[in-house]
Design a protein around this ligand. Structure first.
Ligand SMILES: Cc1cc2nc3c(=O)[nH]c(=O)nc-3n(C[C@H](O)[C@H](O)[C@H](O)COP(=O)(O)OP(=O)(O)OC[C@H]3O[C@@H](n4cnc5c(N)ncnc54)[C@H](O)[C@@H]3O)c2cc1C
Length: 468
């Protein structure tokens, strides 16, 4: 039996008094989209008992206070683009759609920072920074649809992480509602800060289980006048990944992005978009982005890159139409979905210099399982998205064969010093796998942290791990 209470009419009335009755829906009025996120649409759906649309942090705090008092689960939700089933109400209760909290509060061009409420779309932050001659360096491929609170909660990676790091690296300060309904500001707009535990980085990546982010102060970067995208095409994944190593080993290469699309992904994208992406070339492909202050620096960087790549065996290397190649890269999931009704996706991460041995093992495992695959991902961060399809394996045998394959795949990832998820998180989707892989002491510390923040386990329960 669940440890949680259900929402009575009396509690719904109390919650309506906080948000206004027009900002609360229950039962059949709850849109079906809340039952899943982008990663669980084809899996099991979980609907909450009520969806609330708070206007600001004080309403969030008041709602959570009631939920904590009554032991009602609360699930925060941003853009719903998560790929781990994080923003779904596994135990029912309240789903908090933060979409009304979508204001940019302040942008400071001189000091290079921006303050945004939790549900400001990531793309809006990127655009407003650009209009001020600056850059926001958080850039997940879902930036059109996800929001800053969701990015922070998942510690999203993205296309600029090779040089600028992941979302946690972009944060100065967070305003957070704790699972007990207190409002607290963590961190500060400081270059450095060793004042006690680094709770900003604890909240970043906690997948909505330790606190609800209501506002964030994020860093902005100077915008380089020249941003150039190259495409390099290779005859094999080994050649492409050797080139990644060569680029990263050269301390002067200074690339921003190093994205991989295997040849099957490129072909799938060409079929989906009905256009040639590589000027007629075929092969395993890297998108390489660099930035420069002026033409001289650009020329220097271009020469350096050409020199590094000259021994890599590439079959083509050219400057790409940036928006077009990135738009294609962002669509790889849709292109694969269109052709493969049944598939699963992985988000593994290994040390960057182990990507090549990992891929060699992966290819052997795939071929002995009889599956088909596609690969795209942030090769420069060691983070690969693997799409795995049954191919010739009968659907009746697929689940069992997949379980055997996954066990071998994860064993190899961990043997190489890698982890289960590089950026999508654990959510409800990967918690069983995590339980089998994580060091028990580390898991114990995570559970102790959760208990300290959230003694009643009301905030996004059923995610990351289960209590026994
Ligand atoms: C096409 C596509 C491309 C993608 N590319 C990338 C990529 O390049 N890099 C990457 O890292 N991810 C990527 N993702 C995954 C996803 O977009 C990210 O995980 C993103 O950060 C989720 O943001 P969201 O606003 O949609 O969050 P949601 O899906 O709504 O929520 C994600 C998690 O965060 C929690 N949460 C949301 N808002 C808050 C809040 N305010 N406070 C506390 N917890 C909260 C939720 O409870 C949930 O656990 C991609 C997804 C798609 C569909």
């Amino acid at each position: 039996m669940s440890q949680y209470r259900t929402l009575s009419q009396q509690l719904i009335t109390e919650l309506e008094e906080i948000v206004g009755s027009e900002h609360l829906v229950t039962a059949l009025a709850i849109p079906g989209k809340y039952g899943y996120d982008a990663g669980t649409q084809s899996g099991r759906h979980y609907l909450p008992e009520a969806v609330l649309y708070p206007a600001d942090a004080s309403e969030v705090a008041a709602i959570v206070k009631v939920a904590n008092r009554e032991k009602i689960p609360v699930t925060p939700r941003g853009g719903g683009t998560g790929l781990a089933g994080g923003a779904v109400a596994v135990y029912g209760g309240i789903l908090l759609d933060l979409s009304r909290m979508n204001r940019i509060i302040h942008i400071d061009r001189e000091e290079k920072y921006l303050i945004a409420q939790a549900a400001v779309p990531t793309i809006e932050i990127q655009k407003i920074a650009y209009q001020h001659g600056l850059m926001y360096a958080g850039d997940p491929c879902s930036s059109d649809d996800c929001v800053i609170g969701g990015n922070i909660a998942t510690n999203a990676g993205g296309n600029l992480a090779v040089k600028y790091g992941v979302t946690a690296d972009q944060i100065y300060e967070l305003e957070v509602v704790t699972p007990q309904g207190e409002l607290v500001t963590l961190g500060g707009r400081l270059k450095k800060n060793s004042t006690g535990y680094g709770l900003v980085k604890v909240i970043a990546g906690s997948e909505g289980t330790l606190g609800i982010i209501t506002q964030a102060t994020v860093k902005l970067q100077p915008l380089a006048p020249l941003i150039i995208n190259y495409v390099a095409v290779f005859p094999s994944l080994s050649a492409a990944l050797s080139a990644v190593n060569a680029i990263l080993d050269n301390e002067l290469s200074d690339v921003i992005s190093l994205e991989l699309m295997d040849s099957r992904t490129v072909l799938a994208l060409e079929r989906y978009r009905q256009e040639l992406l590589l000027q007629g070339h075929k092969g395993d492909t890297l998108i390489i982005q660099i930035e420069a202050q002026d033409q001289n620096e650009l020329q220097l960087k271009h020469q350096r890159l050409t020199g590094i790549l000259s021994t890599s065996g590439y079959t083509a290397f050219f400057e790409a139409d940036g928006p077009r190649i990135w738009q294609a890269r962002r669509m790889w999931g849709k292109a694969n979905q269109a052709e493969n009704a049944v598939s699963v996706s992985e988000d593994i991460v290994v040390p960057v210099n182990s990507v090549l041995p990992f891929i060699e093992s992966f290819q052997k495992l795939i071929s002995s399982a009889g599956f088909d695959f596609r690969i795209a991902g942030h090769a420069g961060d060691g983070n690969l998205h693997l799409r795995i399809m049954p191919n010739s394996v009968a659907l009746a045998e697929w689940e069992n064969a997949l379980a055997v394959f996954r066990k071998k795949l994860y064993d190899e990832v961990y043997r190489l010093g890698g982890r289960l998820s590089g950026e999508h998180g654990i959510g409800v989707k990967r918690k069983t796998y995590l339980a089998g892989l994580i060091n028990p002491v580390e898991l114990g510390l995570m559970k102790a942290l959760k208990r300290a923040f959230d003694p009643n386990d009301i905030l996004n329960p059923g995610k990351v791990f289960d209590f026994d």
